[in-house]
Design a protein around this ligand. Structure first.
Ligand code: HEC
Ligand SMILES: [Cu+2]
Length: 372
């Protein structure tokens, strides 16, 4: 079946109806190549409906064109007032709806079958929980116990990866059954990688499920497919499908890095201002700048400015509080669970000493630990 899909994909990227032939392949007008059983089926459905629709469109347009040309008034055409009474008229009214219904059913059959497969959940080899939030993705590998945040890292209009590349791609093994669990921490999102898995909404408070078996190594791109706010277009997805062996190596590396970071963050070390500022700047740009802006000026009426803000220049306690616990009911989320002590200390120090804020305060990991 996937082979069939691949074949149809090649055929279709060569242009439906053979009109645009190679041009459409070059322009990548069709859906990307499906690499898992479900997406192959969905792709087949897409081709079936598109083909049926194209044929109907061609037939109808041809009929209309012929009629307009042949039965025009200047040639003396007169409207047939008794069409309904003729044999052709009577049967026509009956046959046309039957044909339409038959076409509908011929699409509905495979459609229902695919829908059933989408909702068929067997035991998976690996479970990936995906949390959408404004405007980033958090990936929890439930079996491997690794977790990370993935952010857009290409806003360079002139590069081919513009709005498509991320700092931490999802890495998944090929030929394994993967279970995706979708949820959200704020509004509706939708993790959509058309080559890999079907679309399903990420809804706060609910868990939705999809699955995939990736049959081909490679890098697959996707994006949030549910309008989720001003930076909806800025939360792309990158999936790297690798061999099982490479995947195991990647998991080991992730675990090592995490252990190292944790050891570093919990060390009762006093960090210098330069160290905290440097780390803080990179965390700020990755985690906070989308809302509060790289210049700390925020977006008036939506995201408060941190430049000159009483919280970022006054007593550090409320500053620690809002960053650790967030502010329920607003877009300001609780970073306490997403960043470690050192990261929070660094980003707060950065905010208190940038863009003209010159509190001179140093917040150390120990202060964050005490404030948690
Ligand atoms: C999704 C958007 C968003 C992101 C990302 C975000 N914030 Fe906020 N932040 C807000 C909003 C909205 C408020 C205002 C909450 C309120 O109504 O008091 C806020 C308030 C604040 C305040 C209080 C400012 C004041 O003067 O009231 C601080 C400090 C702050 N954020 C720090 C951070 C830090 C540090 C990060 C990154 C780790 C961050 N924010 C990431 C949206 C965001
Ligand atoms: Cu989204």
């Amino acid at each position: 079946m996937p082979n069939l899909a691949l074949w149809r994909w090649r055929l279709s990227t060569a242009g439906i109806g053979g009109v645009a032939l190679n041009a459409s392949a070059e322009l990548k007008m069709n859906l990307p190549e499906p690499v898992s059983p479900l997406t192959a089926e969905i792709f087949d459905l897409h081709m079936l409906t598109t083909t049926v629709a194209t044929i109907i469109m061609v037939v109808v347009i041809a009929l209309v064109a012929i009629i307009i040309f042949r039965f025009r008034r200047s040639k003396g055409a007169v409207a047939d007032q008794s069409f309904n009474d003729s044999r052709f008229g009577t049967w026509g009214w009956m046959l046309v709806p039957i044909v339409v219904l038959a076409i509908d059913l011929s699409i509905a059959g495979p459609g229902a079958k695919t829908l059933k497969n989408v909702e068929t959940f067997e035991e998976a080899d690996l479970t990936l929980k995906i949390i959408g939030s404004q405007w980033k993705w958090t990936y929890d590998y439930l079996d491997q116990e690794i977790s990370f945040v993935s952010n857009l890292n290409n806003e360079d209009l002139s590069s081919p990866g513009y709005l498509r590349e991320v700092d931490n791609p999802v890495v998944l093994p090929t030929h394994k059954r993967i279970r995706f669990l979708h949820t959200s921490s704020d509004v509706l999102h939708n993790w959509w990688v058309p080559s890999v898995a079907p679309k399903k909404d990420a809804i706060p408070g609910y868990i939705n499920e999809t699955w995939a078996i990736i049959e081909k190594e490679g890098t697959y791109y996707g994006q949030c497919a549910e309008l989720c706010g001003t930076r909806h277009a800025y939360m792309p997805i990158v999936v790297k499908a690798v061999s099982e062996q490479e995947f195991t190596q990647w998991v080991d590396k992730q675990k090592q890095q995490k252990a190292q970071q944790l050891a570093e963050a919990s060390a009762e070390k006093e960090w210098s201002k330069a160290e905290l500022m440097a780390r803080g700047e990179s965390i700020y740009n990755r985690a906070c700048a989308a809302c509060h802006q790289p210049t700390g000026t925020g977006i008036p009426g939506v995201f408060p400015a941190l430049q000159g803000s009483p919280i970022a220049t006054g007593d550090p306690a409320p500053h620690l509080d809002i960053v650790i616990n967030g502010k329920p009911g607003t877009a300001m989320s609780a970073w306490g669970s997403q960043l470690n002590d050192l990261e929070i200390a660094a980003v707060i120090t950065y905010e208190r000493n940038s863009w003209g804020n010159d509190s001179g305060d140093l917040v150390q990991p120990a202060d964050v630990k005490a404030a948690r």
